[in-house]
Design a protein around this ligand. Structure first.
Ligand code: CP
Length: 315
């Protein structure tokens, strides 16, 4: 598999080719029986994962830790930087120099865009970006793509609506970059002030990708194959007043799904606030909890490919 996945770090989905993405997704499928307990793997025995989370997380941190432990490895790290020496003024560079000497792979979440790229320069081991400010969240994108492929049969030939905070949302930035590598139709659903950044739109235009913009969810929902909702990210708004203007703008409920396509799926990277009513959860369209669960096999695959332990798993 080396050659198809030739990476030292996972910082941005833009660093991936479509072949590399497909390699991760194919390999994640092989990890599913291990997650279900139908197969045992010890391919990471003796390996240590360091999770350095400078921002809160439930899914990303715990699914990385579960992924490492499912493969026989172990984990160290912090979820509260106030309990680390960062509180004493230690730089990110020094934090990475030291923690990468304790571990075989480092997963970093940080509020500053570009932090993972910087960290990769000081780390002696592979760094995985678990979210850098409003920048990128590449492993979320890989599990999103895994979910779309698993649920729809393929990624191409789908009309995908991406809704919510498209300005600050790193998950939708990474996802749009990746979907542009496939043959998809994209609709960006957001109020004008929260639309997709110009830089991403320019790239879509350059690549000849079909896209539309909308702000009325109900006007477009029935045409979609996939609706990908995101939270309005309170923590990234300059003021509370700016946030209040757009908070709760989208709330998908069961009634809104009455005329959608039979096999349309609703996704969300979670956590949700009020973008999806709980009455959607038991409809056939709701796939966001499966999506969250897919984080484990996908992250197993990413670590296995980065550390090249996959050879043993394939035997
Ligand atoms: N989707 C996601 O990144 O969730 P967490 O913030 O809980 O990790």
């Amino acid at each position: 598999m080396k050659g198809v996945f030739d990476k030292d770090h996972v910082v941005s989905i833009r660093d991936f080719t479509v072949d590399e993405i497909n390699t991760v997704l194919d390999y994640a499928e092989k990890m599913v029986p291990i997650v279900k307990g139908d197969k045992i793997s010890r391919e990471m025995e003796g390996k240590i994962l360091a999770t350095l989370f400078f921002e809160p997380s439930t899914r990303t941190m715990l699914s990385f830790q579960a992924a490492m432990q499912r493969l026989g490895g172990s984990c160290i790290g912090f979820a509260n930087p106030k309990q680390s020496s960062v509180k004493k003024g230690e730089t990110l560079a020094d934090t990475l120099t030291v923690t990468s000497s304790y571990a075989d792979i480092v997963v970093l979440r940080h509020p500053q865009e570009g932090a993972a790229r910087l960290a990769s320069k000081f780390s002696s081991k592979p760094v995985i970006n678990a979210g850098d400010g409003a920048g990128q969240h590449p492993t979320q994108t890989l599990l999103d793509l895994f979910t779309i492929r698993d649920e729809m049969g393929n990624i191409s030939n789908n009309h995908i609506g991406i809704a919510g905070d498209l300005k600050y949302g790193r998950t939708v930035h990474s996802l749009t970059n990746a979907l542009a590598m496939y043959d998809t139709e994209l609709t960006f659903i957001a109020p004008p002030g929260l639309q997709m950044p110009d830089e991403i739109i320019k790239k879509l235009k350059k690549d000849g990708i079909e896209y539309h913009k909308a702000d009325d969810m109900e006007a477009v929902i029935d045409d979609l194959d996939v609706l990908y909702l995101t939270r309005i990210q309170r923590e990234r708004f300059p003021t509370e007043e700016e946030y209040e203007k757009v908070a709760s703008i989208y709330n998908v409920n069961r009634n809104m799904l009455e005329n959608v396509k039979e096999d349309m799926i609703v996704m969300h990277p979670l956590p949700r606030v009020d973008e999806i009513s709980p009455d959607v959860d038991d409809t056939k369209h709701a796939k966001y909890f499966e999506q969250a669960a897919n984080g484990v096999p996908t992250r197993m695959a990413i670590m296995s490919l980065l550390l090249e332990t996959y050879k043993e798993a394939m035997e």
